[in-house]
Write a protein that binds this ligand. Structure first.
Ligand code: UD1
Length: 430
């Protein structure tokens, strides 16, 4: 397995191009299953999760073409999906095990073909992450759901039926799955307590571009009037707010200055406000953000994760690492996932001062220095928190299990080297 080596201690300075959002792209890819026409997605990130979703669709029968594109002189991908001849309605264990988001095929396949077999994803490093909200809502729409041998067998006699659904939790995944299912249902579906994350908004935009009738975008009540069929569309994926937030922290933790190009500041208001209140200068541009922490004396802040527009759980680990270098004590509280502090034991090995209270809260106290160490993380965002700590630390940090990072950070070393970081990937056989 590859490793990443970092020699820390250098303030970063320069520009980083922010890629298209992975978490928007994954449901958008699956939305293409709702039509026999071609759906083209631009500003797509080149990531292992996207490749995994593409292979799953190819296994179902989707034809995919890819093109290289340029935005502001930076290479991006465009993919065209043509799901005219779908001849397989099974999402097998091997795909779902590697990428939970495989479950996004459930809503569209059930709506268009009336039948799906999906391996249940099971728990993961950050928590149990059940699918009960997705399945109960589909049952309300008339689907028959059976769970056998680790698989969900979902079927519907005729079309799914519009229903009034109130989600127990504002789940991003369940909102996306239900939106896709309801577009082709008979009658009107109302989802209350829907997720308002920008990635959900991006899916609604694409579905409407494909001919769906969805209202309530960016609110917690969504109304979907079913239509007979959807058609093709060309759509640009929104920029990745979590990647942008991660590199904003890279500027702050190294007391450097980074201009985030192709970033959408409106999607990051809560994290940017926290950075400002800590003492980081933030300049918002129409299509970018300048993060300047040169010579700044940062002070710690308390953070509690929440549903959008609250503080995103996917930036909790990165901000926790930043608080180690800020004056005073900061309380970090995780409310979305039950087991999302796996980065803390590794940070302790780098000299961090953190006290964990139960599963949900951690007190982070500033330390004079972090020291490089060999570390490893169990999930994507926690791995990036270790990269950040390595960039701020004295000496060499080796991050193991790099495949987590490849799922969600495009050209990670290249982007960080471009702003002056001393970072290399060491191949297994080096
Ligand atoms: C998505 C994101 C993930 C992000 C999360 C919260 C993708 C691919 N992943 O994950 O990066 O951290 O949103 O912003 O977009 N829950 C249930 N039952 C369900 C569904 C969810 O109990 O049927 C719980 C989950 O265990 C979790 C909470 O609801 O505690 C929120 O999960 P959800 O919003 O569904 O997250 P994901 O869509 O899995």
């Amino acid at each position: 397995m590859d490793k990443i080596k970092i020699i820390g201690g250098k303030p970063l300075d320069g520009k980083i191009f922010i890629s298209g959002a992975k978490n928007a792209a994954l449901p958008l890819i699956c939305a293409s299953l709702l039509t026999k026409d071609t759906v083209t997605l631009t500003n797509m990130p080149m990531l292992s999760d996207i490749r995994a979703m593409n292979s799953l669709l190819e296994q179902l029968g989707t034809k995919i073409d890819s093109f290289n594109d340029f935005i502001d002189g930076h290479e991006t991908k465009t993919y065209s999906y043509r799901s005219k001849n779908i001849d397989n309605l099974v999402a097998p264990y091997d795909f779902v095990r590697k990428m939970r988001a495989s479950y996004y095929v459930l809503g569209p396949l059930l709506a268009r073909f009336g039948k799906v077999e999906l391996s249940l994803p099971g728990g993961c490093a950050i928590g149990a992450r059940p699918m009960d909200i997705h399945l109960e809502a589909l049952e309300k729409m008339g689907a028959k759901i059976e769970i056998r041998n680790g698989y969900v067998y979902a079927s519907s006699e005729g079309k799914l039926k519009g229903a009034h659904i109130i989600f127990r939790l504002a789940s991003v995944g369940a909102t996306c799955n239900l939106l896709m299912a309801a577009t082709l249902a008979e009658g009107t579906t109302v989802i209350e307590n829907a997720a308002k994350e920008p990635e959900v908004g991006d899916l609604i935009t694409l579905l409407n571009e494909m001919g769906a009738r969805i209202s309530g975008i960016n609110t917690s009540i969504l109304t979907i009037e079913g239509v007979d069929e959807l058609h093709g569309a060309i759509h640009k994926v929104i920029s990745d707010r979590i990647e942008a937030g991660s590199y904003a922290v890279a500027a702050a933790i190294t007391r450097g200055r980074i201009e985030l190009i192709n970033a959408q500041p409106s999607l990051l208001q809560t994290p940017l406000d926290i950075l400002r209140s800590m003492g980081v200068k933030i300049e918002e541009k129409e299509n970018g953000i300048i993060v300047d922490a040169r010579n700044a004396k940062l002070t710690g802040r308390d953070i509690m994760t929440d549903y959008y527009p609250g503080f995103p759980t996917d930036l909790q680990a990165q901000f926790l690492a930043l608080m180690l270098t800020a004056e005073g004590a900061s309380m970090i509280t995780e409310t979305i996932f039950e087991n999302r502090f796996m980065h803390i034991p590794e940070l302790l090995r780098m000299g961090a001062n953190i006290n964990v209270h139960g599963h949900a809260s951690a007190i982070v106290r500033s330390v004079d220095k972090l020291y490089g160490a060999p570390v490893m993380a169990t999930d994507l965002r926690a791995s990036f928190a270790l990269i950040l700590a390595g960039l701020a630390a004295e000496g060499e940090t080796t991050i193991n299990r790099v495949y987590h990072l490849d799922r969600g950070y495009e050209k990670l070393e290249e982007k960080l080297r471009g702003v002056g970081a001393d970072i290399v990937r060491v191949k297994d056989n080096d």
